[in-house]
Design a protein around this ligand. Structure first.
Ligand code: NI
Ligand code: MN
Length: 225
């Protein structure tokens, strides 16, 4: 499993020869203006919630690639009305795709579309594929619901928001990694705009002091599990 960071909460996940994009927000991110979304491959696009900084490039990429959008019912219906293919889910539901399984799990956040219309409830994803299991938390506060995850899934990586203000910050993300019982963390949702700027060295040190490994990738950088 290969995981590439495309800035903010945008990820590319390659499982075998299947390409998955998560929350593509590239053309509106001042840090990724050099990236061309036409270069991104996608068989599936996972969307955690309807906020602009998670859905901005979904329509353009899905139109070009024919990718299947996996998200909550309301978001999939929204894109379905634009002629795009999707697979609707809701909290607690799991489904087997050709690359592995996806479970839509709780997140504490909001989920309106940019025009204010209802975007369902926000979520995160557990992805199991190629004998590796990852948790993509989405935008969320720290929540006890995270403790349910390791009761069923042994995680190899937890992808957690760390930018604070709109989501968990560093200290809560450290507790979240305890809750999900995974000490290997990829941080995301930081530095994109002023409200969520963080001190990288301090963040890494705080995780390190708890025997945890916080990875912060540059845009376009990837890790392999
Ligand atoms: Ni959000
Ligand atoms: Mn966000």
């Amino acid at each position: 499993m290969k995981i590439t960071f495309y800035g903010h909460a945008s990820l590319g996940i390659q499982i075998g020869d299947v390409n998955i994009l998560v929350d593509p927000f590239i053309t509106g991110n001042p840090k990724t203006l050099h990236m061309a979304i036409d270069d991104l491959n996608a068989d599936y696009i996972l969307v955690t919630h309807a906020h602009q900084d998670h859905i901005l490039d979904v329509e353009a990429i899905a139109k070009r690639t024919g990718a299947i959008i996996i998200s909550n019912y309301e978001i999939v219906t929204h894109f379905g009305n634009l002629g795009l293919e999707g697979h609707p889910m809701n909290h607690g539901g799991q489904w087997s795709f050709d690359f592995g399984t996806v479970k839509y799990v709780n997140a504490i956040h909001t989920s309106s579309f940019p025009d204010g219309s209802y975007g369902g409830q926000p979520g995160g994803f557990i992805i199991e594929g190629e004998h590796k299991n990852i948790y993509i938390a989405g935008d969320t506060a720290l929540t006890f619901d995270m403790k349910l995850i390791p009761m069923q899934t042994k995680l190899d990586l937890a992808i957690l928001p760390i930018g604070d203000n709109f989501t968990m910050g560093i200290n809560d993300a450290i507790l979240a990694s305890d809750f999900v019982e995974c000490d290997k963390i990829l941080g995301y949702h930081f530095d994109t705009f002023g409200y969520i700027e963080i001190n990288h060295e301090e963040a890494k040190r705080k995780f390190f002091e708890k025997d945890k490994d916080l990875m912060l990738l540059n845009i376009g950088e990837f890790i392999e599990l």
